[in-house]
Design a protein around this ligand. Structure first.
Ligand code: KE4
Length: 423
C-alpha cells in the first residue's frame, strides 16, 4: 500500500506473514483482518488522541476508535494516569475492591435503570449474563433478536448476526449447535409488529437501541417505545445492548436519548476505556436471581479487575464534564457533512458521534436495506482512505466513531482524503 507518508507497509507485511503462522488469519478478532475491504491488515504500533501510528510509521486519523472505547481519544492522560497509579497496588486480586463499588455507583447514577450491576471482561459476557438473567427471571426460553443485530460471539445469538460474525446472509456460524439457536427468534429492525408477534411467550427481546453492527441505523420514531409496550404486554423483558451506545450517544446512553427504559442493559467498550470490561444491570428485583444472591450462575476471574475499573472510572469522570456530548455531536455532524460533501455516492446514517456511510440507495432502515450496499465500492473507498492517512472501520457494516480528540485539522485532512477517495 502506498501511503501519504510514502513509508509503505513493509513492516506490516513482514509481521503479518509471521502472524498467520501462529494466529488464525493473523488476528485475534476476524474483522481486524481487513478481508471485508480486500486488503491485508495494518499492524498498529501506538495511538494518541485521534491518531493511530502503524509499525511502518504511517499516521492515520482514526475513525475506528478501537470499535468504540476511544471516545476520549487514545491514551488520554487521565486514563493513563489512573492505570499507572493503580499498577503498584497489583493487577488482580480475585476479591472485591472498593473501586468496583464506586464504579457501579457511577454507572447507576448515569443510567438510573441500572439499580444493580454485574461486571464482566467483555461485552459478549455481559450479554450472556443478561440473557441468562432474563430467562431465569421469566422462566421462559425464547429470545427475540433483530436480523443484523450483533451482541457478541455467543452461540445463542449468532443467528444472522451483524458485524464480522457472518458473511452477510449466512444465517448462523458453523460450530453453533442447532439447539443453541432454536430458541432464538429473528425479527427485522424497526418493525414493532413482527417483534410483538415474536415476543409471545418469550423471555426477552435483545436489541441494539441504535443498530451499530449492520452499519449505524437509528431507531424509527416510536420503535423503541413500541418494543417497550410489546414487552409489557407479553411479559418479556426488554434488554438494551448498549455495549456500543452506552455513554456514547448520551451520558445515559440510548435509553436516555430516546427516553425508553429497558429491563436490563448491557455495557462495554467506553466503560473500560480500552481495557477489558463489560457489565450488565437492571432493577434489583430482576438482578437478584444472580448468584450469590440467587441460583442463577454467572462468574468471571477478572471481572471488575483493578486496572479496568480504574481506567473506566477515569474515562467516565472525563465524559461527565460539561459540554462533552455537545462536542461529540458537533464533531459527528462535521464528519457526516465531510462525507456527504465528498461526492461519494453514499447515504449517511448518524446518531451523535457514531455514523456509517452506506454505498446503497437510501433509506437504510434495517438489515435488508443495509445489505443492499455495494461492499466492493466500500472496500475501494476504505482502501483509498487508508492510503491517504484516514482509518475507517474495515467493513461496510460497522460504525465510524469520532472522539473528543478529533480537531479541525483532523477534519481538514479527512475532507481532502474523502474527496480523493470519492473520485
Ligand atoms: P465484545 O465481546 O467484543 O467486547 O462485545 C460484543 C458486542 C456486544 N454488543 C455490541 C452492540 C457490540 O458492538 C459488540 C462488539 N462489537 C464488535 C464490532 N462492532 C467488536 C469488534 C470485534 O468483534 O472485533
Amino acid at each position: 500500500m502506498t501511503t501519504v507518508s510514502g513509508r509503505g507497509t513493509d513492516q506490516s507485511a513482514r509481521i503479518y506473514s509471521e502472524a498467520q503462522e501462529v494466529l488464525v488469519g493473523g488476528v485475534n478478532s476476524p474483522v481486524r483482518a481487513m478481508r471485508s475491504i480486500g486488503r491485508d491488515p495494518i499492524f498498529i504500533a501506538s495511538a494518541t488522541g485521534a491518531h493511530l501510528t502503524d509499525v511502518d510509521g504511517n499516521d492515520y486519523v482514526d475513525y475506528l476508535g478501537t470499535w468504540g472505547p476511544a471516545i476520549l481519544g487514545h491514551s488520554h492522560p487521565a486514563v493513563l494516569d489512573a492505570i499507572a497509579a493503580t499498577l503498584p497496588d497489583g493487577t488482580s486480586f480475585g476479591a472485591p475492591t472498593e473501586r468496583e463499588v464506586r464504579f457501579a455507583q457511577v454507572v447507576g447514577a448515569a443510567v438510573p435503570s441500572i439499580e444493580q450491576l454485574r461486571m464482566t471482561s467483555s461485552g459478549s459476557e455481559a450479554v450472556m449474563g443478561a440473557i441468562r438473567v432474563a430467562r431465569a427471571a421469566t422462566g421462559r426460553d425464547p429470545i427475540v433478536k433483530v436480523e443484523g443485530g450483533y451482541h457478541g460471539a455467543l452461540d445463542g445469538l449468532l443467528a444472522q448476526a451483524g458485524s464480522g460474525a457472518t458473511t452477510l446472509g449466512v444465517p448462523t456460524s458453523p460450530g453453533v449447535p442447532a439447539g443453541a439457536t432454536a430458541a432464538t427468534r429473528l425479527v427485522p429492525f424497526n418493525d414493532v409488529l413482527s417483534a410483538e408477534a415474536a415476543l409471545d411467550g418469550a423471555a426477552a427481546m435483545i436489541v441494539e437501541p441504535v443498530a451499530g453492527n449492520m452499519g449505524v441505523i437509528p431507531p424509527a420514531d416510536g420503535y423503541l417505545q413500541g418494543l417497550r409496550a410489546a414487552c409489557d404486554r407479553t411479559g418479556a423483558l426488554l434488554i438494551f445492548d448498549e455495549v456500543m451506545t452506552g455513554f456514547r450517544v448520551a451520558p445515559g446512553g440510548a435509553q436516555e436519548r430516546y427516553g425508553v427504559t429497558p429491563d436490563l442493559t448491557c455495557l462495554g467498550k467506553v466503560i473500560g476505556a480500552g481495557l477489558p470490561v463489560g457489565a450488565f444491570g437492571g432493577p434489583r428485583a430482576v438482578m437478584s436471581v444472580l448468584a450469590p444472591e440467587g441460583p442463577t450462575y454467572q462468574a468471571g476471574t477478572l471481572s471488575g479487575n483493578p486496572l479496568a475499573t480504574a481506567a473506566g472510572l477515569a474515562a467516565l469522570a472525563e465524559l461527565a464534564r460539561p459540554g462533552t456530548y455537545e462536542r461529540l455531536e458537533a464533531t459527528g455532524a462535521a464528519l457526516e457533512a465531510a462525507i456527504e460533501d465528498s461526492g461519494a455516492p453514499v447515504v449517511v446514517n448518524r446518531v451523535g458521534s457514531m455514523l456509517t456511510p452506506f454505498f446503497a440507495p437510501g433509506p437504510i432502515t434495517d438489515y435488508a436495506s443495509a445489505t443492499r450496499a455495494d461492499t466492493d465500492a466500500f472496500g475501494a473507498f476504505a482502501r483509498a482512505l487508508l492510503e491517504r492517512g484516514v482509518y475507517p472501520p474495515p467493513s461496510q457494516f460497522e460504525a465510524w466513531m469520532v472522539s473528543l480528540a478529533h480537531e479541525e485539522a483532523d477534519l481538514e485532512l479527512t475532507r481532502r482524503a474523502l474527496a480523493e477517495a470519492a473520485a
